[in-house]
Design a protein around this ligand. Structure first.
Ligand code: ZN
Length: 257
């Protein structure tokens, strides 16, 4: 089964459109959304409408939660809070109800299974950045499926489990594996091994590469492809400015930070 992993769209319609177009060409069996459809960007309503139509599954991100629960916004920095307050005001009641109903975790059963959550597997109602191999080792013990997928950091990563029960090592998704095509990196997960994948961010990459990021995971073959796709950054910046969101949210898109 070929599964598209899409995370942290953050209201960036220009980036999401390019990603969905490419996934159409790739011909995936499922599209899963790893949370944070809203927050930061200029088109949260359109992004949410598109993903409600196209995604088979979607889990709750911290910005999705903050759109419907003002208490969560208190933990946000001033720029993130300003944006999510605007988004909450723009979204229709039906869209807000959809966000309120998103699950913390979800999954697919085929080919050994795929576990989905926004932050870190095993946590309850919190959103922790999964960034170290040590964390990944514990996280891999928190679910039984062969694969896990997360978002939240806006940085692509693959954590592959070594033979030991709690051992995990980080694979560098930027340099590991051959470049099959422009903007694509392939990672093989060995037979009998497990992995947690972070596809990076569609709408606000933070790894210094401004291109939209997503992954296509072939669960049967144990192969993950990281795609980096150029999109209309200027259009996304214009949308942020047109709607009066903080300027820094537009500026950072040019740098992928
Ligand atoms: Zn995010």
């Amino acid at each position: 089964m070929r599964v598209a992993l899409v995370a942290d769209v953050h209201g960036n319609l220009q980036a999401l459109s390019v990603v969905l177009e490419r996934l159409e060409v790739e011909g995936v069996d499922r599209l899963v959304c790893l949370g944070d459809v809203v927050g930061y960007g200029g088109d949260p309503e359109a992004c949410l409408a598109l993903l409600r139509e196209r995604a088979d599954l979607c889990v709750r991100g911290n910005h999705d939660a903050a759109a419907v629960d003002p208490r969560i916004r208190r933990g946000f920095n001033v720029v993130a809070r300003a944006a999510i307050e605007e988004h909450a005001a723009w979204l229709e009641a039906d869209a807000l109800a959809f966000l309120a109903g998103l699950p913390q975790v979800d999954g697919l059963a085929e080919d050994g299974g795929l576990f989905l959550t926004h932050g870190t597997p095993g946590e309850r109602r919190r959103f922790t950045y999964l960034v170290t191999a040590l964390q990944a080792g514990d996280a891999l013990d928190a679910f039984d499926e062969r694969f896990g997928a997360v978002g939240h950091t806006h940085v692509p990563a693959v954590f592959e489990a070594d033979a030991g029960p709690a051992g995990a090592r980080e694979r560098n998704v930027v340099t590991d594996g051959p470049a099959a095509r422009d903007g694509e990196r392939i990672l093989e997960v060995g037979p009998g091994r497990r992995a947690i994948l972070n596809p990076g961010s569609v709408g606000q990459p933070r790894d210094g590469d401004p291109r939209a990021a997503c992954m296509v995971l072939d669960t049967a073959a144990g192969r993950a492809a990281l795609l980096r796709l150029a999109y209309d950054v200027a259009g996304a910046q214009a949308a942020i400015r047109r709607r009066g969101l903080p300027e820094v949210l537009a500026a950072r898109l040019a740098f992928g930070r």
